[in-house]
Design a protein around this ligand. Structure first.
Ligand SMILES: Nc1ncnc2c1ncn2[C@@H]1O[C@H](COP(=O)(O)OP(=O)(O)OP(=O)(O)O)[C@@H](O)[C@H]1O
Length: 584
């Protein structure tokens, strides 16, 4: 499993390392220099001991000089290399993480609506923040692992240089450790991945609960929500404990093998060979030293590997997100939409939401909205009215047929240009935390304060904004909670006024308002719709009575069509709809 998923995930993510990549390659390369210099140190002792054994007097006179200089040079090399490798890797990992966070954020922004419908905000946030942090740590620990493995390989190589048989014995002892590791590794990785997934889910639940706090309070459902979060965190805790137990079950026997069994066997067999005269004392000491270096490196492997594996599990989640492709994408050289008159046409459009191909929502939907005119959609709940609006915003592409603006198929032009041409006011207009001016400048970043005030006037919003101490620079609470529903809608209308689009979509923009608020909002909407092509979805007759054409949508198709007066005459469906409204 590990071999299949993680390296591919790492390759995908490393492509986004940016300037951190060079530092990491440099850091990982330099740590090899450190590993070589460190593992060669026992070789110096071997030379020194062999010289002592051969001629102690000569060694005291001048024989010591060579080994001392060599040892000093090695120490200087590995200290410098280690220092640089550590700092470069740390900086490289931090830059990689920063670049990756930015890339992931931009990538998520480019994904289509269907992704947001099936994902949870908290989970994505956890991925971008915590999983990348985990990965950053793993990159850093990975360097220690890399160093340790290099040290180990070089150590065994050096043992072979002294004596081939002893190297074979060391390899056998290592093989035990490697087989044991390979046996446990997939489980470690799986557990790590499970914990990351569970953390993501819990974070998603938490974000959702905080977002709908008023609803939870209204239904006294806080305990239930708390229970869900608590159960999630409990599962994360249980998972982490199980992982820790597994890490111990892996590391403890391995530690025993490497620190006791293996050195004992090497020393025992080495001494036996000295007695039989096939090895010198210097050789045995060097082998012993090489092994100690190598096995201390292995201890590092044992302690860092589980952590690195968990980090790799985190990288898989990030890579999966990066590999997610938007369902709606711009063609390679798609031009921007050039709006001339603002004529909108749905030509025999059929559509089903992604993953629900068997449940078509629109089925041969045909509709033309003439430039500057208002078309209203009415019809039973679930008939597909909002879906029509979503297709006009190109949140989705039709399965069949086409949606055009001034004759241009929306699939042939850029999404950004379509959304620049179409302004939308939803039922529940979202305002971000930050000042009112910042919220309105989402529509036009270059708008001056005067232009913002003018838009507020037009949207009947200036009358309450002007009473605020800081005017348009007043901070709005997160999601605009300090505003009434009607005020929020008027600010949303001002935002679209500022955008000044050729086409406007209103999706239940007045549905949640009382009669007094509705009047103020309707006044603002009249000014917004004047001279623009508009698609209005509304349950209230007051909002649509004056529309140039009213379309009754039934099960994803256009039913009766006409003006308010003509439909009252000709359409039984519209009449009953109107009567219901009148009663309401
Ligand atoms: N994101 C989605 N994924 C899957 N199915 C969806 C999605 N959004 C809407 N639907 C389904 O598509 C159908 C049409 O929904 P739509 O919101 O367009 O209807 P509507 O006429 O606007 O209804 P209402 O008046 O209640 O808002 C419904 O059956 C709905 O369940």
């Amino acid at each position: 499993m590990l071999a299949r998923h993680s390296p591919r995930a790492l390759r995908t993510l490393f492509a986004h390392a940016g300037d951190g990549g060079r530092l990491l390659v440099g850091g990982y390369a330099l740590i090899l220099v450190d590993a070589v210099a460190q593992s060669l140190t026992p070789a110096v002792f071997r030379v020194a001991l062999n010289r002592i054994q051969h001629d102690p007097h000569q060694f005291v006179r001048s024989g010591w000089q060579g080994p001392v200089v060599a040892a000093a040079a090695m120490a200087a090399t590995f200290l410098t290399a280690a220092y640089l490798a550590h700092t470069w890797t740390r900086r490289g990992a931090a830059r990689w993480a920063t670049n990756l966070r930015r890339t992931l954020y931009e990538h998520v922004q480019r994904l289509s609506m269907d992704f947001f419908h099936r994902s949870r905000v908290g989970d994505i946030a956890a991925l971008i923040n915590q999983d990348i942090e985990r990965l950053e740590l793993a990159v850093w620990q990975g360097m220690v692992l890399w160093w340790a493995v290099a040290l180990l390989v070089i150590s065994v190589g050096l043992i072979a240089w002294v004596d081939l048989w002893m190297a074979l014995l060391a390899l056998g002892l290592l093989a035990v450790a490697v087989v044991w590791t390979l046996l446990v590794l997939p489980r470690l990785r799986r557990r790590g991945r499970d914990i990351r997934d569970e953390l993501g889910r819990t974070s998603g639940t938490l974000a959702e609960m905080l977002g709908v706090n008023a609803l939870l309070k209204a239904f006294n459902a806080e305990d239930d929500a708390l229970g869900q979060v608590r159960r999630g965190t409990e599962r994360v805790r249980a998972g982490s404990e199980a992982l820790a137990r597994l890490q111990h079950r892996y590391a403890d026997p391995l530690g025993f093998h490497l620190a006791f069994v293996a050195p004992f066997l090497l020393l025992f067999i080495g001494s036996w060979r000295t007695a039989s005269g096939t090895l010198s004392i210097g050789d045995v000491v060097a082998i012993w030293g090489f092994w100690l270096r190598g096995s201390s490196a292995l201890t590092q492997v044992i302690t860092t590997l589980p952590e690195v594996i968990t980090g790799l599990a985190a990288s898989e989640r990030a890579a999966e997100l990066l590999e997610e492709r938007p369902a709606v994408a711009d063609g390679p050289h798609a031009p921007a939409l050039a709006v001339t008159d603002g004529r909108v046409a749905f030509e025999h459009v059929s559509f089903a939401y992604p993953g629900r191909a068997s449940r078509p929502v629109l089925d041969g939907f045909d509709l033309t909205i003439r430039p500057g005119q208002t078309t209203a959609l009415v019809g039973p709940s679930g008939a597909g009215k909002s879906t029509v609006a979503q297709l006009l915003l190109r949140f989705f592409d039709p399965v069949d047929g086409r949606v055009t603006i001034d004759g241009h198929d929306l699939r042939d032009v850029t999404q950004a240009s379509v959304r620049a041409a179409v302004g939308v006011v939803f039922q529940d207009s979202v305002l971000l935390s930050g000042s009112l001016a910042r919220n309105l400048r989402l529509a036009r970043p270059t708008a001056t304060d005067e232009e913002i005030e003018h838009a507020l006037h037009e949207a009947n919003a200036w009358e309450f904004v002007r009473t605020w101490d800081d005017g348009i620079h007043t901070e709005l609470g997160e999601r605009g909670v300090t505003l009434s529903g009607g005020q929020r809608q008027r600010l949303a209308i001002a935002r679209v006024m500022l955008k000044d689009p050729a086409i406007v979509v209103l999706d239940e923009a007045t549905s949640a308002l009382d009669a007094a608020s509705e009047r103020l909002v309707l006044g603002a909407l009249d000014r917004l719709l004047a001279g623009r092509t508009s698609l209005v979805i509304a349950h209230r007759v007051t909002t649509i009575r004056d529309a140039d054409q009213i379309v009754v949508v039934e099960r994803g198709r256009v039913g009766d069509i006409g003006t308010h007066a003509s439909l009252l005459q000709s359409s039984a469906t519209y009449r009953s709809y109107y009567r219901e409204q009148a009663v309401a």
